[in-house]
Design a protein around this ligand. Structure first.
Ligand code: SAM
Ligand code: SF4
Length: 325
């Protein structure tokens, strides 16, 4: 079976697989009113998840990220991790989580084969964290991250959304946070989605706010490795960890796109901000690996060159919890 290459010569080795649309947090920019059910919650089963991962791995994907919604609300998440880790060709099993129950869950995830953990923390100020997420759990999330380092998860990162509220005041705390911890904190520029237009207008700050701050304090840009994602990272001689920026509005951001997405309802999404998905669910249910790979390859020909966020066009993405951010 062919490799995953699109019409612009981009090669895809990275799959982001959403396992649920459900989330227990109410992040201001994502689900400010909390998750509300629309349709049955019949998300992909562990065996269907394995079939997705097998199909992509057979075509050269080696890195799988489980996301959501909040993936850790699924009790069978360790099983999905283990099935992904056991798939020939897969060498990185990653999860992106809000970390709400990480202290209790991380040992079983590590045992299931987790290699890369991304924990979302937008602020290290307890009140700001509570305001942003709707939950007073900063202490427990950080304890979970430290437990992940202690049990030897090979790569631990923090995702933070760059918000007007936290952009200036909060950066010192993150620099302190990575003084001793070998953790990369990556700030994502706030993205406009179908549901957050007003919030976006009031809270989006350009990534230059972060890079100017770093430059003024002696942080220097790190050489990029061949398989690096879209983050540009900075290091400092006095800090064990790194600080980086993911700037989806930067020119050329999509040129190095290396990822494809499958939603919790078994739809292939060619772009996070695209229109419609390609249904894979029937082939997952029936276990038809060859037809599945053929459908994915055919669909890839229609992958657009880039998103259209600059034109305030978020496709049919109402919020990122819907398809897996
Ligand atoms: N619930 C998990 C979490 O928060 O880590 C996984 C899903 S969440 C949609 C994945 C990532 O997308 C999180 O780091 C979150 O902060 C980020 N995100 C969500 N909405 C966003 C937006 N509008 N702009 C930028 N990042 C966003
Ligand atoms: Fe939930 Fe993650 Fe969205 Fe926050 S960003 S509401 S934790 S899905």
């Amino acid at each position: 079976m062919g490799r995953l290459v699109d019409g612009f010569g981009r090669r895809f080795r990275y799959l982001r697989l959403s396992v649920t649309e459900v989330c227990n947090f109410r992040c201001t920019y994502c689900l400010p009113d909390g998750f509300s059910k629309s349709g049955p919650l019949d998300f992909i089963s562990p065996i269907e998840a394995e079939r997705v991962v097998r199909a992509f791995a057979a075509m050269g994907v080696s890195k799988v990220r489980l996301t959501g919604g909040e993936p850790s609300v699924r009790r069978d998440l360790p099983e999905i991790m283990a099935r992904s880790a056991a798939t020939p060709g897969v060498d990185k099993v990653c999860v992106t989580t809000n970390g709400w129950n990480l202290t209790r869950q991380i040992d079983s995830w590590r045992a299931a084969g987790l290699t890369n953990l991304n924990v979302s923390i937008d602020s290290l100020d307890r009140d700001a964290f509570r305001r942003i997420t709707g939950h007073d759990r900063l202490g427990s999330v950080v304890a979970g991250l430290d437990r992940a380092l202690a049990v030897g998860v090979p790569t631990v990162k923090v995702n933070g959304v760059l918000l007007r509220e936290t952009a200036d005041a909060g950066l010192d705390a993150f620099a302190d946070f990575v003084r001793e911890r070998p953790v990369a904190v990556r700030f994502i520029e706030l993205m406009r989605t179908g549901d957050n237009a007003e919030f976006f207008a009031a809270n989006h700050v350009p990534g230059a706010r972060l890079t100017d701050w770093l430059g003024a304090r002696g942080w220097t840009r790190r050489e990029r490795a061949a398989d690096d994602g879209p983050a540009v990272e900075y290091t400092h001689p006095d800090h064990a960890g790194r600080i980086g920026l993911i700037a989806p509005y930067a020119p050329g951001f999509c040129d190095s796109c290396n990822r494809l997405r499958v939603t919790a309802r078994g739809q292939l999404r060619l772009c996070l901000f695209g229109e419609l998905g390609v249904n894979l669910k029937d082939l997952l249910e029936r276990d038809e690996p060859e037809a599945l790979q053929a459908r994915i390859v055919r669909a890839l020909a229609g992958k657009p060159a880039g998103h259209r966020l600059h034109e305030a066009n978020s496709g049919d993405t109402r919020q990122l919890a819907q398809f897996g951010g």
